[in-house]
Write a protein that binds this ligand. Structure first.
Ligand SMILES: Nc1ncnc2c1ncn2[C@@H]1O[C@H](COP(=O)(O)OP(=O)(O)OP(=O)(O)O)[C@@H](O)[C@H]1O
Ligand SMILES: [Mg+2]
Length: 244
């Protein structure tokens, strides 16, 4: 359902993504782990063309894209098929939770206001924020703001949602509520790629764990074997560092 092949990207002649491949099926949850600077964010950004890859192909929901040379129309298509949830929520400060969700539907997708409102309320309910539709970001906790960020993603009904460290800006006591929403989406069969350092979540929810280091996929596999019997020395070193 999603297949990325041979994705390469350099910044200032420095290779940041060397040759990334990723295959996933509908309903899969891929968790990407890796040290800072390993290219995790750049990889997600290349997938939905927030960043232009130097090379690489993407097959997504039956369409083929040459990521190094996408047309305007293809970029538009890619954005329709993907949603991005950012570390720092990126909500509009002067819009309510509901307006933050409808915005992308009305202006990004040209969906009629009535229908946009309906699917936005549905998305807010799904993340447990039905009662907070009229709150402004500053009236919400970090965890609630991030759940608005997720509602904004699911309202778009994308083929895949890309999460870049969705909980790493949150106070520890707020992380659980956001992970719970993501777990619920996983249970409902939403296809997701999640960059995170939350190992418990990866173990429990991922269909596949991918470990990146220095712009390469070092190792990947189902969480049970990935965590219990990592094959590569670099993976073992990373896991022992993370688990302290
Ligand atoms: N726009 C850019 N211009 C120049 N260099 C960049 C740019 N974006 C990323 N890089 C470099 O690419 C490398 C990979 O960055 P990236 O943000 O993808 O890593 P990451 O794995 O997401 O790290 P972190 O865990 O800290 O978020 C880093 O060395 C970074 O400095
Ligand atoms: Mg990053």
């Amino acid at each position: 359902m999603l297949q990325a092949r041979n994705i390469k990207k350099s910044f200032h002649q420095q290779p940041v993504l060397k040759n990334i491949d990723l295959t996933m099926e509908k309903g899969d949850v891929v968790v990407i782990l890796g040290p800072s600077g390993s290219g995790k964010t750049t990889f997600l950004r290349c997938l939905n063309h927030l960043e232009t890859a130097d090379e690489g192909e993407l097959e997504l929901a039956g369409e083929q894209y040459n990521l190094a040379a996408v047309t305007k129309k293809e970029v538009h298509q890619l954005r329709q098929k993907t949603a991005f949830v950012f570390q720092h929520y990126n909500l509009f400060r002067n819009k309510t939770a509901l307006e933050n969700v409808t915005e992308g539907l009305i202006y990004g997708r040209s969906i009629a206001k009535e229908e946009a409102l309906r699917s936005s309320r549905e998305a807010l309910a799904k993340v447990g924020l039905a009662e907070y539709a009229d709150y402004y970001p500053h009236e919400l906790s970090g965890g609630q703001q991030q759940r608005v960020g997720i509602a904004r993603g699911i309202a778009l009904k994308p083929e895949v949602i890309l999460f870049d460290e969705p909980t790493s800006a949150l106070d520890p006591e707020l992380i659980g509520e956001v992970l719970a929403v993501m777990k619920q989406l996983a249970d409902e069969g939403v296809t997701m790629i999640i960059v995170t350092h939350e190992m418990g979540f990866a173990r429990e929810v991922a269909s596949k764990v991918v470990f990146m280091d220095e712009g390469e996929v070092v190792e990947s596999g189902p969480p049970a074997s990935f965590f219990a019997t990592p094959k590569e020395e670099r993976t073992r070193r990373f896991l022992s560092r993370i688990s302290g």
